[in-house]
Design a protein around this ligand. Structure first.
Ligand SMILES: Cc1cc2nc3c(=O)[nH]c(=O)nc-3n(C[C@H](O)[C@H](O)[C@H](O)COP(=O)(O)OP(=O)(O)OC[C@H]3O[C@@H](n4cnc5c(N)ncnc54)[C@H](O)[C@@H]3O)c2cc1C
Length: 490
């Protein structure tokens, strides 16, 4: 039996191509309408009026609408509480079913439960699909059925299950898309002639935001995502050698924001990674598996959203100061590799993975600040912010997470800087005040041994003196975690 009319509710899957819910809706219905709701409960929490994530979503939505218009349809865009808006549109269109893709964040799951019960109460069927990950929660688990807590056995099991599995692109049937005329006709039968049946596309200003032009890593929208993936195919083969060096162009894919908002599907990425096997593609696939792993962890252990995966670490008495947290957030710690990373984040909304690790480790284990403060700071600024990956990354660095590094393993920021930005090209890009110094002098600044002869440069005047001593802080960090001395690994 086919539904007469179904709605596909887009959320973090902002594309028509290879979209599980849309694909299934087309198969299961005579007619399909597509909607998106700007969730005011999320928008009102954002601090910046020019939050680039809102611009990213907005531009992607406009592009989606244009794409649908080419098929004679259009995107139904509402603004408000989805618990109200989705059932309202379903009622107006007299839809029989609402299709959407699963979201594993605790707040999204709570929202979806409410939407589902409202729809079911109104006699509208609710159908949910896996789309955001390759394998969801219970698909990859230990032989006894419990979830994995360690990445490597999870990855092995994931790869085994992937086997030779082929992911055919899930193409939507454009002839099933409801024409805009039909949408308007259906709605006009249910409303008075004066009421606007389907609200027009809001402007960014209507939503209370301004345009952000801050897209350094990638542009919004499906077209940009596809282009990005195509370009990445040319660099993928050397990923294992380039991925750790922030100054290398195309050293990583830059696809995280597209994966976050679903302008690209995870299946498209896995297809690319498995098409032409190479060392680079294997290592890249492992990163995509980390993404699935952290989604599974958040889904199965939702307490991580508020506290440590290993609950004993919730007892830590953090010794760090608010003043040092502020200096860290502003990129003024006197540790060039840390400051360069933070300035990249503040100015572009993106940070290279190596630097996410270095800056996070520095905040927690050198400045002794609670990882949750850093996690929140990243969540407010990262264009690719994703609760599961961000939380997983922070807990890994803070040693509080599942399969995280041991707490006595403390990154040495000087060695990290020497190893991953040997010529200080990245540092000099983000810290112009250091351009007159040699790479060697820059690396050693945190040890306060720059040559006094450098023309016009004085530590403390041109660039901050280091706010802490790494060798002292790492001892304190270990004490803070448990008080016992350990061997230090850099
Ligand atoms: C403290 C910290 C916070 C982080 N916060 C986020 C976040 O909010 N959102 C986010 O997408 N990633 C986060 N990461 C993971 C990683 O830094 C980014 O995914 C990566 O830098 C994005 O760049 P890319 O797309 O070029 O990645 P690539 O190296 O090309 O990797 C491909 C894709 O794999 C996924 N991926 C890669 N590494 C990881 C990882 N360690 N964990 C989970 N997924 C991964 C991403 O989707 C990424 O786009 C965080 C890491 C750390 C250490």
């Amino acid at each position: 039996m086919l539904y007469d009319l179904s709605i596909v509710w887009l959320r973090r899957d902002l594309r028509l191509e290879d979209n599980s819910a849309l694909f299934r809706a087309c198969r299961g219905s005579h007619r399909v309408a597509v909607m998106f709701n700007f969730d005011t409960s999320i928008l009102c929490k954002l601090k910046s009026k020019s939050d680039q994530r809102v611009t990213f979503i907005y531009d992607t939505i406009v592009e989606l609408d244009q794409q649908l218009r080419k098929f004679g349809s259009g995107l139904i865009v509402t603004t408000g509480d989805p618990v109200v808006e989705v059932p309202r549109i379903a009622k107006k269109l007299k839809a029989n079913a609402v299709y959407f893709n699963e979201d594993y964040e605790p707040s999204a799951k709570a929202r979806d439960t409410k939407v589902r019960s409202r729809l079911e109460l109104a006699g509208v069927k609710c159908l949910e699909f896996k789309d955001h990950v390759i394998f969801a929660h219970t698909e990859i688990c230990k032989p006894d059925g419990s979830p994995y807590k360690m990445y490597t056995p999870y990855k092995n099991s994931w790869l085994k299950r992937l086997g030779t599995l082929q992911f055919e692109a899930q193409t939507f049937e454009n002839e099933k898309l409801v024409s805009w005329v039909e949408i308007t006709n259906r709605v006009s039968k249910t409303v008075s002639s004066k009421t606007s049946p389907i609200p027009p596309m809001p402007t960014l200003e209507n939503l209370g935001f301004e345009r952000s032009k801050n897209f350094h890593v990638t542009k919004p929208g499906r077209k940009a995502a596809s282009l990005n993936l195509k370009r990445w195919a040319e660099h993928l083969g050397t990923y294992h050698t380039t991925r750790d060096f922030p100054e290398v162009d195309h050293g990583t894919s830059g696809l995280s924001v597209h994966l976050r908002f679903g302008t690209i599907s995870i299946r498209e990425c896995v297809r690319l990674a498995t098409r032409k096997p190479s060392l680079g593609s294997q290592v890249w696939l492992s990163e995509l598996i980390w993404r699935d792993f952290y989604q599974m962890i958040l889904d199965q252990f939702p307490h991580v959203a508020h506290g440590s995966f290993k609950k004993q670490y919730d007892k830590i008495k953090w010794l760090g100061s608010g003043k040092n947290f502020k200096l860290w957030s502003e990129g003024r710690t006197g540790f060039p590799i840390v400051d360069a990373g933070m300035r990249q984040l503040n100015q572009t909304g993106w940070m290279h993975n190596r630097l996410r690790m270095v800056t996070a480790s520095f905040l927690v284990k050198d400045l002794l600040v609670d990882w949750r403060k850093g996690e929140r700071y990243f969540s407010e600024r990262l264009l690719d912010f994703d609760l599961a990956a961000n939380n997983g990354g922070w807990q890994w660095c803070a040693s509080t997470g599942c399969d995280s590094q041991p707490y006595f393993r403390i990154f040495n920021p000087v060695l990290q800087s020497q190893r991953f930005d040997p010529e200080c090209k990245f540092i000099k890009r983000w810290l112009p005040e250091l351009r007159s110094l040699s790479a060697k002098e820059i690396h050693l600044l945190p040890l306060q041994i720059p040559k006094p002869t450098i023309a016009g440069f004085r530590l403390g005047r041109n660039y901050p003196k280091p706010i802490v001593s790494h060798s002292v802080q790492k001892l304190l960090a270990v004490k803070m975690y448990d008080g016992s001395p350990r061997v230090f690994l850099d």
